[in-house]
Design a protein around this ligand. Sequence first.
Ligand code: PML
Ligand code: MG
Ligand code: MG
Ligand code: MG
Length: 257
Amino acid sequence: MLYSVRMRAAQGSTHEQGGKHISGAERLVSGELLTSVAAAMLRRALSHSRGTADFINLTVETVPAEAVREVTCLPIITVNTPDMIAGRESAQAMLIRAGVAPVAAAAGMSALAGLPVSLRGAMVVNAQTGLRLDTQAERGVRVSRMDIADEQDYLHWLNRQGYGNNQIHLREAVVLAAKVMSAPGMVAELCWSDDPEYTAGYVATPAAYTRFTQLKPHGSPIGGRIFFIQENTDLKQLVDYLQYQPILVKVPAAGGA
Ligand code: PML
Ligand code: MG
Ligand code: MG
Ligand code: MG
């Protein structure tokens, strides 16, 4: 038996009533880690660079171990971009190389850049037309029920590549992107952070998780994710997979990245 532990925190009022999204987190852990993981999520919600939460929703649900599927995380590549404009140009070019139509890549980029407030989930966009397909408005589609299979393996794997222990944004995003790219019909993901001091973002494709060191202006509290999907994808099946299919992510076998 595993436990899905999910947290979302907002300021002003609940997310549903228009509160400002502060923080969210997802874990899938064994019973022995449950209380420490839940406590760490509360601490995070209460001391976040986006502000102090006054609404915190913490959900714990059991997940049968038989339902869990394993996926391998993507190789990580970091591209140092001199500024946000160069970063966004490189990210857009990468989306196009991954099979996103140029018009859709451009539309996705400006949808994310033009958000009035951060979404707590992702926008789902047609990879041919760039049209938004999910009807979740400011909620977006949340990816849940995933975690790293073996924390020590993962930290060693990251460390060997020069990604230190405290890079929490990277650690979590690599796990999320591995689940996202394993979903049916997924072409690519584009993300940059909603944390004001965190300017890096990434494009995930079936081949790699490519980070760009500057995808948004320093100080901006607006970020989010876009999932570009194939035209004929069953949206309900995709969203179910992203929210409900439990996934544990393992590092590539030795010899890999
Ligand atoms: C977030 O958690 O706010 C998204 C972080 C995206 C970039 C992570 C990285 O440095 O690769
Ligand atoms: Mg979050
Ligand atoms: Mg995050
Ligand atoms: Mg954040």
